[in-house]
Design a protein around this ligand. Structure first.
Ligand code: SF4
Length: 303
C-alpha cells in the first residue's frame, strides 16, 4: 500500500525532497503521505513548515551518472523542483547534470510553472518540462508553461478533478490524464474522475496534434484502470509520448517503486526510450496520429 509504479516514466531521481501544498491537487499528496508514514518528514507539508520539510540532497546529484541504460526519469517525484525553497545555485547543479546526460529524458513536473517559465536553463531536448493542471482554476498554468524555453512541454492533468473545458494546447506537446488514487478515495467521492473529462481531453489532444497518455482511473490503488472508457462503454489504451523531437519510446520500462531510495537504479534494465536520428514524421504519419491510433495500435502501445 502506498507504492506506486508511474506508467509514463521509468525511474525517479530526487535531488530534493519535501514540499508544501500549492493547489487543490496537493490535498492528498502521495509524497507527503509517504514521507510522513516513513518518518522522512515529521510535519505536514504546509507553507509554514516548508523550511523544515524541503531538503536538498547534494549527495544524490551524481546518481544519474551510474545509470547504464537510457531511461525516462521523473525528477523530484517526492518534491517540486521549482519550489521557492530550492536555491538557484542548487537548481543550476541539477540542470547541469541533466544537460550532461543526453541519453536520458528528464521529466520535471511542477505546480509552480512561474519559476520554470523564467528559468534560464539550459533546456536541451532531453529535459521535458511539465505543469499540473488538475482543475479549471489551474488552466492558467498552461499559458505560463508555454513561456518556458523547454523544447518539450507537457501537462499532467492528474488528479483530474473536473472537466477542464476548452483548452488552447498551442506549444504543448504531451498531456497526461488520470484520476486520483489513495485510501481516502472511498470517503471523497467528489474527487473521483469522470472518464468523460478524460475523453474530452483526449479529443482535444487528437484535434490539436498533441500526444495523449491516459494513466489511470480513480481508485484506492494507483495505476489501476489504465484504459479509457469510451462513451459506448468500450475500453481503449492511450499511451502516446511526444515524438516531435525524434524521441522513440519503447515499452519494457524499468519500473521503480515510489518511496524507494534513490541509488537503486535500474542497472539491469532493458534498453528503452532511445533517441533516434530519425527524420521528422511524414505528413501522412502526422495525419494518422491526429486521427488517433487504431484499436490494434492502441493495444500495441500498451505492451
Ligand atoms: S506540489 Fe507536488 S509534491 Fe508538492 S505538495 Fe503538491 S502534490 Fe505534493
Amino acid at each position: 500500500m502506498g507504492k506506486t509504479i508511474i506508467a509514463w516514466t521509468q525511474q525517479t531521481w530526487n535531488p530534493t525532497t519535501g514540499c508544501s501544498h500549492a493547489s487543490d491537487g496537493c490535498r492528498f499528496c502521495y509524497a507527503e503521505t509517504l514521507s510522513l508514514r516513513f518518518g522522512r518528514s515529521t510535519l505536514p507539508w504546509t507553507a509554514a513548515h516548508a523550511a523544515e520539510n524541503v531538503v536538498l540532497h547534494p549527495e544524490r546529484l551524481r546518481i544519474p551518472y551510474g545509470w547504464r541504460q537510457p531511461s525516462r526519469v521523473f525528477v523530484n517525484s517526492m518534491s517540486d523542483l521549482f519550489h521557492e525553497r530550492i536555491p538557484d545555485a542548487f537548481l543550476t547543479q541539477v540542470f547541469a547534470v541533466m544537460a550532461d546526460l543526453p541519453q536520458h529524458v528528464f521529466q520535471i513536473l511542477t505546480k509552480r510553472p512561474e519559476r520554470a517559465a523564467t528559468w534560464a536553463g539550459p533546456w536541451p531536448p532531453n529535459i521535458w518540462m511539465g505543469a499540473t493542471v488538475e482543475d479549471r482554476k489551474q488552466v492558467r498554468r498552461i499559458a505560463v508553461l508555454r513561456q518556458c524555453a523547454a523544447q518539450t512541454r507537457f501537462l499532467s492533468c492528474e488528479p483530474l478533478l473536473e472537466d477542464l473545458g476548452e483548452l488552447d494546447l498551442t506549444g504543448i506537446h504531451w498531456v497526461i490524464a488520470g484520476g486520483e488514487s489513495g485510501m481516502h478515495m472511498p470517503r471523497h467521492r467528489e474527487r473521483w474522475m469522470d472518464h468523460a473529462w478524460a475523453r474530452h481531453l483526449r479529443d482535444q489532444c487528437v484535434a490539436q496534434d498533441v500526444a495523449y497518455f491516459f494513466k489511470q482511473s480513480s481508485g484506492v490503488r494507483t495505476e489501476m484502470g489504465t484504459q479509457l472508457q469510451e462513451e459506448d462503454g468500450t475500453l481503449s489504451t492511450w499511451q502516446q509520448y511526444p515524438t516531435h523531437l525524434g524521441y522513440v519510446p519503447t515499452a519494457g520500462a524499468p519500473a521503480r517503486m515510489e518511496g524507494m531510495e534513490d541509488g537503486a537504479a535500474a542497472q539491469d534494465a532493458p534498453p528503452t526510450g532511445l533517441w533516434a536520428d530519425a527524420p521528422k514524421p511524414s505528413r501522412a504519419a502526422r495525419t494518422k496520429r491526429a486521427r488517433g491510433p487504431s484499436a490494434q495500435a492502441r493495444t500495441q502501445t500498451a505492451r
